[in-house]
Design a binder for this molecule. Structure first.
Ligand code: NAD
Length: 303
């Protein structure tokens, strides 16, 4: 029997409706969560993502600001914008869309955003908090979205063998950090595989939960998967397809046709992890606003 689909679009809708409810509750207390998205240059894929993030935050009832800067913006000019947003009390979350033009040091920009407003979860302070299990930081949106999907789909992570393919800073490593915690939706035994792993299949075939973020189209095939397991495909790859209207289709890092015959549950591409990423960005922004208001209240009480 083919694997059951995990519907990321439906789960993301649930998360977004929770976010809209929490936003309304905060607005009733006089706090409107604010998200600022900064786009430098005209990368078409980035422009699409930025538009989608702005629209989603507006739909959730948030204060939404999009700042578009020219491709020749200097690092100092970008820092100026980030500093202004860092100081703006109406903005609780700041996202600088990557990739940035060559003249700008992306890591320096990531470090420039105040950790309390780093809703992307890329600042080293948030990466460190995630690893040591402190709850007042922000986890990167894609792996946080995968965890949220597992929880909302009723998939038990506690005690499970979880294998992650990919060790990037935005997906693989934070995914592992989330799943090893002694916390709900975690407590897994985690293996991280990467480009230098010997005999990848021997690892992936042991996985109760297999999470793939390798950036290689249809890389994981049915023979690499444990029967009945849960397979989460983070990959988004464009591959040429003459039958498609625009000449390409989107596929994951998992060979859906063969893996679906072996796995118990699987995420499709598109419609799997993708929609979760924006939903978690909104969730992080609401939490940033809540944390900021709690801090203000305690500062007020201490004064
Ligand atoms: P990346 O290129 O930074 O990292 C890929 C990782 O895969 C590396 O750590 C590498 O060691 C590993 N890898 C490469 N070849 C391998 C092999 N032969 N065996 C084992 N491991 C191998 O990619 P990333 O930024 O982590 O993204 C991964 C995929 O997820 C991409 O397809 C990307 O488009 C997608 N992605 C999707 C979302 C989303 O919102 N759904 C967000 C981020 C990334």
């Amino acid at each position: 029997m083919p694997a059951e689909l995990i519907d990321g679009t439906a789960i993301a809708r649930e998360v977004r409706s929770d976010v809209a409810r929490d936003t309304a509750r905060l607005i009733a207390r006089g706090i409107r969560p604010g998200l600022a998205v900064v786009l430098v240059g005209e990368n078409p894929a980035s422009a699409v993502y930025v538009r989608a993030k702005g629209k989603a935050s507006e739909e959730a009832g948030m204060h939404s600001v999009t700042i578009r800067l020219p491709a020749d913006t200097t690092q100092a000019q970008l820092f100026e914008q980030v500093d202004r947003l860092n100081a703006d009390p109406a903005i609780h979350g700041i996202l600088v869309q990557m990739p940035l033009p060559k003249q700008i040091d992306s890591q320096a920009v990531v470090r420039r955003v105040r950790p309390e407003k780093d809703v992307d979860g890329f600042h080293p302070v948030n990466a460190g908090k995630l690893l040591i299990g402190e709850r007042d930081g922000f986890a990167p949106c894609t792996p946080a979205g995968v965890q949220e999907m597992l929880v909302r789909s009723g998939i038990e992570t506690k005690g499970s063998e979880c294998v992650i393919v990919g060790r990037s800073t935005i997906v693989g490593k934070p995914m592992a950090a989330l799943l090893i915690q002694d916390a709900p939706g975690a407590n897994a035994t985690v293996t991280i595989c990467h480009s230098r792993t010997v005999d990848l299949g021997a690892h992936t075939r042991r996985a109760d939960i297999l999470i793939v973020a390798a950036g290689r189209p249809r890389f994981i095939t049915g023979d690499m998967v444990k029967p009945g397991s849960v397979v989460i495909d983070v990959g988004i790859n464009r591959v040429d397809d003459v039958r498609a209207k625009n000449g390409y289709i989107l596929v994951g890092d998992v060979d859906f046709a063969t893996v679906r015959e072996v796995a118990g549950r699987i995420t499709p591409v598109p419609g799997g992890v993708g929609p979760m990423t924006i939903a978690m960005l909104l969730k992080n922004t609401v939490r940033a606003a809540e944390l900021a208001s709690a801090e203000l209240a305690s500062a007020g009480a201490a004064a």
